[in-house]
Design a binder for this molecule. Structure first.
Ligand code: ZN
Length: 507
């Protein structure tokens, strides 16, 4: 007998429809899956046999062939357990002589436990998005109910195989998927006003948030680099629904969507510098999004930036240029979005105290040069703002007033974003201007060429850094709400290019 069912699979973060056919023929007992299954799908057999038998059905000792189509898409994951088990039960006549109509009309997703229980799986939201708005219905494990409720697809939920079989036979009802409870009010997010001093770095972070400029903070240990970085997310505007949906898909595919809610706060990812390039960027034989994709629409904070492995730093090039990561494998390649704002932090030198007012630096100029060279040119080229933080003396620190709150800064950022939205007719930011756009939107004020000439000749700025200075000036003018870039904007922008200047700053 032959049975046909519907299910779904993932290609990157997009769902695809899959048809599952189960054919039982007489002959020596055998079980095979065709249609580009991965190891987990092939291993489904043991779970399926136990689950079918423990649910009170017969698992025939015959020749069983499972075909997952279309064959050109790789089938990965354990969520094929449920459709395969139902297909076997139906083909063996366990659901009656003629398979119930519901069997062919419904999409089935779920991993089976040996006792027939249904276990939640990764990627439910993006899979269901593939059949959104088509009036179709799906059945998902209870553990994925909240996530499925976000999808907008008519979904039912079950806790085991037997319940699904009874529903198919019209003997029982299944519950709808309810949205997840709102999380209890999150603990008060850290606020920018808690960081005393460092007005210069705070201003740079405001500019970074307003124009989506990547930023690197250079300063001695204890100067507050991490404190500032962790408060940066609160300066960014709230996520739009589409951004939240896209980010949630990446978390779902990674199996990090357990609570099943939409990820509607901008992510902040802070991987340690010992991370492998694969974990940072994504990939592997069974591809998963990396940290850069989990930071999509949010912030990627890389502390101790030069300590990251060379391959990891180099691998950042693709996402910083294309805002996505492409993972190529033998049969197919998948792409994960990765549009994040990079906040990097580093010490000024290996010992950390170069330029420190009290402690002495023990590094030689060669060591300092080598340390800085680890952050390669192409990556540095993607970082618009380079900011030096100074050490704060305790006596000074005591006397410093608390600064502005995150909310006050975020309001200015939002207004600057609105100007950019009107300028570019979309969500584009100043950081992404290139060529003609740069010339069109960053007209120089009178007398500016003299300033730029001095910058190039005396401070050693390259033509490339001049482009950055123009972009930053544009964002500074936007924060002020003015149309034309002024000289003072240019002068301020030049201060945020400290690594371009002499390699070793004056003490
Ligand atoms: Zn040093």
């Amino acid at each position: 007998m032959l049975s046909k069912l519907r299910t779904l699979c993932l290609k990157g973060i997009d769902g695809r429809e899959v048809s599952a056919e189960v054919y039982i023929a007489s002959g020596l007992p055998a079980y095979s899956v065709v249609g580009l299954p991965d190891a987990a799908v092939k291993e489904a057999k043991d779970r399926v046999v136990a689950a079918v038998r423990n649910s009170g059905f017969d698992f025939p000792s015959k020749r069983i062939t499972v075909n997952l189509a279309p064959a050109e898409i790789k089938k990965a994951g354990t969520h094929f357990d449920l459709p395969i088990a139902l297909g076997v039960i139906a083909a063996a006549g366990g659901l009656g002589k003629k398979p119930p109509a519901r069997l062919g009309e419904t999409f089935f997703i779920g991993e089976l436990a040996l006792d027939g229980g249904l276990r939640p799986v990764a990627g439910v939201l993006p899979m269901l998005q593939a059949i959104k708005g088509q009036g179709r219905r799906a059945i998902v494990p209870g553990g994925n109910a909240a996530e499925a409720a976000v999808s907008g697809v008519d979904c039912l939920t079950a806790s085991n195989l037997k319940e699904v079989a009874s529903w198919l036979a019209g003997k029982a009802d299944l519950g709808p998927c309810a949205a997840g409870a709102r999380p209890a009010a999150a603990a008060q997010a850290p606020d920018l006003s808690e960081v005393k001093g460092q007005a210069f770095a705070k201003r740079a972070l405001e500019i970074a948030a307003a124009g989506f400029h990547n930023i690197i903070l250079v300063g001695p240990p204890g100067s507050g680099k991490s404190m500032l970085a962790r408060r940066f997310g609160a300066l960014l505007p709230p996520m739009s629904f589409d951004e939240a949906l896209e980010t949630t898909k990446l978390y779902s595919v990674s199996g990090l969507c357990a609570a099943g809610r939409l990820v509607n706060e901008r992510p902040f990812r802070e991987p340690h510098h010992t991370i492998s390039d694969a974990a940072l960027i994504g990939g592997g034989s069974n591809p998963r999004p990396g940290e850069v994709s989990l930071a999509h629409n949010g912030v990627l904070f890389l502390d101790e930036f030069p300590e990251f492995s060379r391959p990891a730093i180099e691998a950042l090039r693709e996402p910083l240029e294309a805002w996505k990561v492409t993972v190529s494998r033998v049969k197919e390649s998948v792409a994960y979005p990765a549009r994040f704002l990079l906040v990097a932090a580093m010490n000024p030198c290996p010992c950390g105290y170069l330029g420190h007012p009290v402690r002495e630096c023990s590094c030689t100029p060669v060591q300092v040069h080598k340390y800085r060279a680890k952050v390669s040119g192409p990556i540095l080229d993607r970082i618009d703002l380079q900011v030096q933080l100074s050490a704060v003396k305790y006596a000074d620190w005591e006397a410093l007033p608390r600064g502005e709150s995150s909310a006050a800064v975020a309001e200015r950022v939002l207004r600057a974003k609105e100007l950019q939205r009107r300028r570019f007719g979309g969500p584009k930011a100043n950081a992404f201007m290139a060529g003609a756009e740069l010339r069109r939107h960053c007209a120089l004020p009178a007398g500016a060429s003299a300033i730029l000439e001095t910058a190039m000749n005396r401070l050693g700025f390259s033509a490339r850094s001049l482009d950055k200075i123009l972009k930053i000036s544009r964002t500074i003018a936007d924060l002020e709400g003015v149309q034309d870039i002024r000289k003072e904007h240019l002068v301020e922008a030049m201060q945020y290019r400290m690594l371009d200047k002499a390699a070793v700053p004056a003490a």
